[in-house]
Design a protein around this ligand. Structure first.
Ligand SMILES: [Mg+2]
Length: 230
């Protein structure tokens, strides 16, 4: 879901790479084009819901938006089983039908290579449901780049919740002050900052179809190219 537009000047990222051992990367919007998710939730699913409920697409959109809002920032939001039950539709099947829209953002692989060469530990940390995650990993083949892939459902809280960050310490060993988190959700970055994570970076172009919007609070990038040595 898009946030209220508010224009801010770009804060350019300057990271002391020697002081960063661990890089935590969000998946949807950060590494992968969020156009797939936006299209699915905002267009494709409402169309199917309107057919199944015999209501207009506009009504379906309105009803779904209200439902989305109720579980925003919780694990239910990303839980395909939850939505399949709630809506009486097979969301996994619907997502599969448009999986050609799943794509990796430009320069992501080059950034993985940079992290590997500079001996950073690389973790994918995502709120995505295990079914969505495996579909995307299958489609994009980015899985092998990571030391480990961590689902919020495995940790027991969404990344927006402070509990996620406390519990993550039981899942992976890392020095939070020597860790960089990259995410396209500002609320996640705020929660991580509160917890004491050392370095935070916002992705200002999560979808190839929407305009760039810089964070007013964190350094931003449009492409991972900006983090690569010249
Ligand atoms: Mg994201």
């Amino acid at each position: 879901m898009s946030n209220t537009p508010l224009y801010c000047e770009k804060i350019f990222p300057v990271f002391p790479w020697d002081e960063i051992d661990v890089v935590l990367l969000d998946m949807d919007g950060t590494l992968l084009d969020k156009h797939f998710d936006d299209y699915f939730w905002e267009q494709y699913l409402p169309e199917h819901y309107s057919l199944s409920q015999d209501i207009s697409v506009a009504q379906a959109k309105k009803q779904l938006l209200e439902r989305y809002h109720k579980v925003k920032d919780t694990l239910d939001w990303a839980d395909l089983d939850f939505w399949s039950r709630e809506l009486g539709l097979d969301l996994q099947e619907l997502k599969m039908r448009i999986n050609h829209l799943i794509g990796v953002h430009p320069y992501v692989i080059e950034f993985f290579e940079f992290c590997l060469q500079s001996k950073k530990k690389l973790y994918l940390i995502t709120n995505a449901h295990t079914q969505s995650l495996s579909m995307k990993l299958q489609k994009t083949a980015i899985g092998p780049w990571f030391d480990r892939i961590i689902c919020a459902s495995e940790v027991g809280a969404a990344k927006e919740e402070p509990a996620f960050w406390e519990k993550l310490e039981n899942t992976i060993a890392y020095d939070k002050q020597r860790t960089l988190l990259v995410d396209d959700t500002e609320k996640v970055l705020f929660t991580a900052r509160e917890y004491g994570l050392g370095y935070l970076l916002y992705v200002a172009r999560p979808s190839s179809r929407s305009r760039v919007q810089y964070s007013c609070n964190f350094p931003s990038i449009e492409y991972f190219k900006e983090l690569l040595p010249r």
